[in-house]
Design a protein around this ligand. Structure first.
Ligand code: SAH
Length: 397
């Protein structure tokens, strides 16, 4: 028997709209609370069934909805059904682009809160971010074994946010053995990319930028390209394939740049046109400005600057700073491809910050493309928070 969570009057509204979060403020009473992450029935103040959720007593998000159907049991069969549906939804993307690495489950956006599953060839990388997903990890693993019987399963739950849910960081095998790292995946008509699933960022690679990497290619013929926050050189590979004259990769991570070098080689692109600079991007851009360096195309793909709403102002200053510096480094007619992956930064605000940055740089700009996360990182309509990646392609005069 699961416990019962009763909401304050009026607090059922977001659940009736199928939003999956129950905030602690909305909860009036919890009866027979289950252990951390266990299932709980959510009822409105009159006792009507609203949802079956995962109970998270340590988090501000006190409940995350698994199901809005009172008849649905949260077990291996439930996870199998959801995972099969998500996998089915991605078949079109896979057959269209011959991509070998995809996000299979994107947490709330695939109706499985707190659970991320990326598949690299035949390796499933699982990230467990909520108490509920942790509680049901055996069911999730069993479901994955059914849907992907040939695959090995590796857990990368080494994320600090788990603390908010009362969970420690962890990583390790859930099934089988990892192949030798780095593992070569392919995306967008045969681009090969080496990924380190064990020690790389996130689950190993930034799958969400797949379409945007490809979008860069057309701007690069004969151009001098600067790829800031390059990680393993993803954007640079497309710049080179698009016949860039030169490409500079800047990142603080030495291991990422080592892989970036190998990525150029395995794609038979010209390493002679490519440089790899281990540096802080803020410092690099400032120095480049002082040295009056110029580029034709600049990519800015920084990490999340705002982890919470309270960090938003500081984040805005960071975004403005790098965009201002980048704009001032561009030749007339240059292209700035700039991103923010902070969910707290809305598209409107991001565009405003970039506008301010160009103003400060004394440059005029026009947006010629709006970019976002790839389709295997969907946004479920009841959960607009699922939109986090915003990109602008700006023609700078
Ligand atoms: N564009 C990449 C993903 C970039 S992720 C792709 O398509 O795959 C962000 C990168 O920024 C990480 O590789 C991280 O090492 C790097 N980074 C974070 N802070 C940095 C800083 N201040 N200066 C330089 N690199 C930084």
């Amino acid at each position: 028997m699961s416990g019962i969570m009763i909401l304050h009057p009026g607090r059922e509204k977001s659940l009736l709209r199928k939003h999956p979060w129950i905030f602690s403020k909305g909860v009036s009473e919890v009866r027979d609370p289950p252990e951390n992450g266990g299932d709980i029935t959510v009822r409105d103040s009159s006792g009507n069934y609203l949802a079956t959720a995962a109970y998270s007593p340590n988090s501000q998000i006190r409940g995350r909805v698994w199901s809005f159907d009172p008849a649905e049991k949260i077990d291996a069969a439930f996870f199998e059904k959801r995972i099969r549906q998500a996998w089915e939804n991605r078949q079109d993307l896979i057959s269209r682009t011959a991509v070998s690495a995809v996000r299979v489950i994107d947490a709330e956006s695939d109706f499985l809160p707190g659970l991320i599953i990326d598949r690299y060839n035949q390796v499933l990388v699982v990230k467990v971010l909520s108490a509920g997903a942790e509680y049901h990890l055996r069911d999730i693993t069993a479901a994955l074994e059914k849907v992907f019987p040939e695959d090995v399963i590796y857990e990368r739950s080494d994320e600090a946010v788990r603390k908010k849910e009362g969970l420690a960081e962890r990583k390790g095998m859930l099934k089988g053995e990892l192949p030798k790292m780095p593992l070569a995946i392919s995306e967008n008509a045969g681009m090969k990319i080496l990924t380190d699933l064990e020690n790389g960022h996130k689950t190993g690679f930034y799958l969400d930028q797949r379409d945007n990497r490809a979008a860069l290619e057309k701007y690069c013929r004969g151009k001098d390209v600067l790829n800031c926050f390059s990680y393993t050189g993803g954007f640079s590979l497309y710049a080179l394939r698009g016949r860039a004259k030169s490409v500079i990769n800047v990142d603080v991570s030495g291991p990422a740049l080592d892989i970036a070098r190998e990525n150029v080689v395995i794609n038979h692109l010209d390493p002679g046109r490519c440089r790899f600079v281990k540096a802080d991007v803020f410092e690099y851009l400032r120095k480049a400005r002082d040295e009056k360096k110029k580029f034709d195309v600049i990519v800015l793909d920084p990490p999340k600057f705002a982890e919470s709403q309270s960090q938003l102002q500081k984040a805005c200053r960071g975004y403005k700073d790098i965009n201002m510096l980048a704009a001032s480094l561009l030749n007339p007619g240059g292209i700035l491809m700039t991103f923010s992956c902070s969910g707290h930064m809305t598209p409107d605000l991001f565009q405003k910050v970039v506008a301010d940055a160009l103003l400060d740089a004394g440059r005029e700009g026009q947006i010629i493309e709006y970019l976002t996360q790839a389709g295997d990182h969907p946004v479920a309509l009841p959960f607009p928070e699922g939109l986090y990646l915003k990109g602008l392609v700006i023609k700078v005069n």
